[in-house]
Design a protein around this ligand. Structure first.
Ligand code: HEC
Ligand code: HEC
Length: 287
């Protein structure tokens, strides 16, 4: 009680009291005040030297130093380009099959290739390149069109059944609905089940063998092991592009299939195509 009474006349308080809490009127600490002035001075100098005050919807005062974050990024990119110019040139000029004999080129290509893959290929082939229904795994030993560096490079450059590239890889799994009866389709499906080591109806598979020899062997081979010249999959290895169950096989044979892979020549640079080709080739399934 007595404390409250004296505080109102104490020169060190403002005289304000709220619920018995008084406000002192001490000066700000000196160090604090000088820091405060310093930040103001800093801000003024900064706005003179660097781009700061908006002057239109598009720009701002440029600042005496002429700094721009855009120019600084461009300079950085240019610096990396220069630093990589020599190895980039080498990558794009040596014969394809020589790239992997040069450890520097390989490690350079793998770095670049992994990022090209993440950006342009992963949405179809999966982030680990392990594929998906209709989109082949690129990390197994099973190749539709071939697993040498040259094959892979060609596939990536020109795509598969990609209409706007005249050098694209082309072929078709025809639809058999009009050529074969339902019974023949059912039989040949059982035959494909049999040669892929799955449960199959023996009598139907036997009839299916004839259907296969007459209609399918031309592309898939007499033994069903496929033909890379026409991208016809090996039907005996239990690695399926679309699926090996009866329903999916029936669907494939009845309606045909026509997987499309875009062409990248023109969209990616020669260096990028080579980088990602090396990356794919090194993923375990390369030949
Ligand atoms: C729009 C989807 C899509 C994109 C994007 C895509 N691919 Fe493909 N890719 C496919 C399909 C579908 C096939 C299989 C085509 C077929 O049925 O023959 C394929 C096939 C391939 C093959 C041939 C595999 C084999 O077994 O012979 C390679 C190699 C390949 N892609 C690499 C790439 C690379 C590298 C990229 C990125 C630059 C890429 N793909 C981007 C859809 C795509
Ligand atoms: C003109 C060539 C050609 C003929 C004839 C042909 N196929 Fe195919 N077949 C292909 C091609 C090419 C593919 C791959 C399609 C794709 O990649 O989209 C394929 C794919 C398949 C697949 C899918 C395999 C998987 O991994 O999912 C099956 C099953 C199949 N064919 C069975 C047959 C049967 C059975 C016949 C005969 C009735 C037949 N094919 C005749 C070219 C042919």
């Amino acid at each position: 009680m007595s404390k409250k009474d004296t505080s109102n006349t104490d020169p060190n308080t403002t005289g304000h009291v709220w619920d018995g809490i008084e406000e002192f009127d001490n000066p700000l600490p000196r160090w604090w005040l000088w820091t405060f002035y310093a930040t103001i001075a800093f801000a003024i100098v900064w706005t003179i030297l660097y781009p700061a005050w908006p002057i239109s919807t598009k720009g701002a005062t440029p600042g005496l130093l002429g700094y721009s974050s855009r120019a600084s990024v461009a300079a950085d990119i240019e610096r990396y380009k220069q630093a990589n110019a020599a190895i980039n040139k080498k990558l794009t000029t040596v014969p394809l099959d020589q790239i992997e004999k040069d450890p520097d080129l390989v490690s350079y290509a793998l770095n670049g290739g992994a990022s090209v893959f993440r950006t342009f290929c992963a949405q179809c082939h999966g982030s680990g390149a392990n594929g998906n229904k209709g989109f082949p795994s690129l990390i197994d030993d099973d190749w539709l069109w071939g697993g040498t560096i040259d094959d892979i490079y060609t596939t990536i450059s020109h795509g598969i059944r990609y209409a706007s590239d005249e050098d694209t890889r082309d072929s078709e799994m025809p639809a058999w609905a009009d050529q074969l009866t339902e019974q023949e389709i059912a039989d040949v499906v059982q035959y494909v089940r049999k040669i892929s080591g799955q449960k199959a109806d023996a009598a139907m598979a036997k009839a299916g063998a004839t259907v296969f020899g007459d209609n399918c062997a031309a592309c898939h081979g007499d033994d069903g092991k496929g033909n890379r010249d026409v991208g016809a999959p090996n039907l005996t290895d239990r690695i399926w592009l679309y699926g090996g169950d009866v329903e999916t096989l029936t669907q494939t044979v009845t309606h045909g299939r026509k997987g499309v892979m875009p062409a990248w020549a023109g969209r990616l640079s020669e260096a990028q195509i080579r980088e990602v080709a090396v990356w794919v080739h090194q993923q375990g399934g390369g030949e």
